[in-house]
Ligand binder design. Structure first.
Ligand code: PAN
Ligand code: ZN
Length: 188
């Protein structure tokens, strides 16, 4: 059986300028075509894919850390700016499979907000701006939204055995959506 102490210390380089991790073990690239069903205006999503060649929606860079109790998983999340109709680009969002696990997000660059919700319908949002830490408590699903014109980059940390439950968000959605209308951010 592996002992936690068998895992060796390491470090990674993160570029604060462009929001990337040097030599990540995992680099998840999420294209717009995987976002069907998430936005209010499905026709606008299809148009975006057709006219802009299925742009990258967001990227996640991670070092390899065992998904085991005691470890902390860490990543860089880079969400590109853009709109589907007038709705701001967002990440798919998830509950943690192990529901009673929290997460911290430190915003490195860009602007936006984190939408959060519980299973019993409570919802909240917190602004992201460079240098601001946002805490997603245990039991709160979380989704990042980019309201700006530059990538929204965050440094995230959470218990390594938390797991990700995307399916329930596909079924339930989020009660809040974020739009840019007449140059203003509208949350409704
Ligand atoms: C983050 C997210 C990242 C991408 O690291 O995984 O922002 O968003 P989705 O996972 O919703 O596609 C995190 O919350 N990890 O638990
Ligand atoms: Zn999470």
């Amino acid at each position: 059986m592996s002992r936690a102490a068998d895992f060796k210390p390491f470090g990674v380089d993160i570029s604060l300028d462009d929001g990337t991790m040097t030599d990540p073990d995992t680099h998840r690239i999420v294209k717009t075509s995987t976002m069907h069903g998430y936005y209010l205006d499905e026709t606008a999503l299809e148009r975006l894919i057709e006219e802009h060649g299925d742009p990258v929606h967001y990227e996640v860079f991670e070092p390899k850390i065992p998904e085991q109790d005691g470890h902390v998983r860490t990543c860089i999340s880079k969400l590109y700016p853009g709109r589907v109709g007038d709705e701001c680009f967002f990440t798919k969002g998830h509950y943690h499979t192990k529901l009673h696990t929290a997460e911290t997000y430190l915003c490195i660059s860009g602007e936006g907000l984190m939408l959060m919700k519980t299973r019993d319908g409570e919802c909240a949002w917190e602004p992201f701006r460079p240098g601001r830490m946002v805490y997603a408590p245990p039991c709160w699903a979380h989704r990042s939204v980019n309201t700006g014109d530059a990538p929204l980059v965050s440094f995230c940390n959470y218990p390594a055995d938390a797991g990700h439950n995307y399916g329930d968000i596909v079924d339930e959605g989020f009660p809040m959506r974020v739009f840019i209308r007449d140059g203003e951010v509208v949350i409704e």
